[in-house]
Ligand binder design. Structure first.
Ligand SMILES: *Cc1c(COP(=O)(O)O)cnc(C)c1O
Length: 375
């Protein structure tokens, strides 16, 4: 260990979205492990972006550090999903280099320097815990009940009542949750609403375009709530790293205060604006993905080796029956051409193209009919 580094960093490993399987994956791997949209931008949009780069973007100049055009376009888009009386302005929006940057900015603004701890309910998105640890922020975890993956609200309430040092300053939830694909229940929403105003509630709506359910309107009544969204999933821009927060202007301004001044490259800003302009065309694939998800769910539910849960997103969470080793199944599946995510004691499977989904089902059926899975 380098003697000038913080000792607590020795415990950390760098985030890898694709942890190494023991067998080398085939080159034409079906990548169903990171919940992206399975198809690229349409060719005409890519051409438009290439033209923009050639003619409008000055590579020698810094990008717009205030993201003004993009924030206006985002506010307009967000307003389509809230009542007119709950409309947002660009001042309610802060844009990040992926929602990952916004998560980190929120942690910097609330907990850094021994000021606070965060609460998560596992299994959930791992980035909250990882980013907190890199900043030396304690992470308090509670569980979820396995019938419907609702968080253990008694344990969560007890953790908050315990008044730890430092106190819990942030609660992270995903709506719908990753990897378990369930939306927040009424009881969970009521519990979040009951939290005192000195605890920040972060509702991550990365999969909003699939679930079509949002708590954004709550932000108007609750200065301690922030909604996170991303361009990495339904908008097909994972390569460009754009996410945004919806919060009261006071909090949105703080997010801008703690971030890097030019956090979003000019090309990414233009890509996000272009995707917003063409959202109707981009979202045409969503009904197909949702019906593919339901077909996958039906087929997986027929496999006695697996247990599946309903999904409100573009991915499916499953667990194997106790006789079956989840990691072995995951590695075997990868070795024959489907990469999925092994997480939270189960497997998270992204809904792919119809062809990818058929191959996945055929591979699973094949694998589960043979040793060591079928004795
Ligand atoms: C995919 C995902 C994101 C997106 O993160 P970006 O940094 O915007 O790519 C955020 N939250 C959750 C829960 C996700 O699954």
């Amino acid at each position: 260990m380098l003697p000038f580094l913080r000792a607590d960093l020795a415990q950390l490993t760098a985030y890898t979205p694709h942890p190494e399987a023991t067998a080398a994956p085939p080159p034409d791997l079906d990548r169903l492990d990171t919940n992206e949209c399975p198809v690229d931008l349409p060719a005409d949009l890519k051409q438009k972006l290439a033209w923009t780069y050639e003619t409008l973007i000055e590579a020698n100049r810094y990008p717009d550090g205030g993201h003004d055009l993009l924030k206006s376009a985002i506010a307009e888009y967000v307003n389509e999903s809230v009542p007119v009386t709950a409309a947002f302005t660009p001042a309610h929006i802060s844009v990040g280099n992926g929602s990952d940057e916004l998560i980190r900015s929120l942690l910097i603004a609330t907990c850094v320097g021994g000021q606070g701890a965060v609460l998560v309910a596992n299994p959930t998105f791992s980035m909250y815990g990882i980013l907190a640890q890199t900043l030396g922020i304690p992470v308090i975890s509670v569980g979820r009940r396995e019938t419907d993956w609702q968080m253990d609200l008694d344990a969560a309430q007890a953790a908050i009542a315990q008044e730890s040092t430092p106190p819990i300053r942030v609660v992270f939830v995903v709506h719908p949750n990753s990897p378990t694909a369930n939306t927040l229940t009424q009881a969970e929403q009521e519990w979040l609403q009951s939290l005192p105003s000195d605890i920040l509630v972060v509702v991550d709506e990365a999969y909003f375009e699939f679930s079509q359910t949002t708590l954004a309107a709550q932000v108007h009544q609750r200065p301690n709530w922030v909604i996170l969204r991303t361009f990495s999933k339904a908008f097909r821009l994972a390569a460009h790293r754009v996410g945004y927060a919806i919060a009261q202007p006071q909090l949105a301004a703080v997010l801008d205060k703690v971030r890097l001044p030019y956090n979003l490259p000019a090309f990414s800003q233009v890509a996000a604006q272009t995707a917003l302009e063409h959202r109707e065309a981009l979202f045409e694939i969503i009904p197909t993905l949702l019906s593919e998800r339901d077909l996958l769910l039906d087929a997986l539910a027929q496999m006695p080796a697996l247990q599946v849960w309903p999904s409100m997103a573009n991915f499916i969470y499953l667990r194997t029956r106790p006789t079956i080793h989840t990691e072995t199944l995951w590695q075997t599946l990868k070795a024959v051409g489907t990469s999925v995510r092994c997480t939270g004691g189960g497997i998270r499977l992204t809904v792919g193209t119809p062809a990818e989904n058929q191959r996945t089902l055929a591979r699973l059926q094949d694998i589960l009919a043979q040793p060591p899975f079928q004795q």
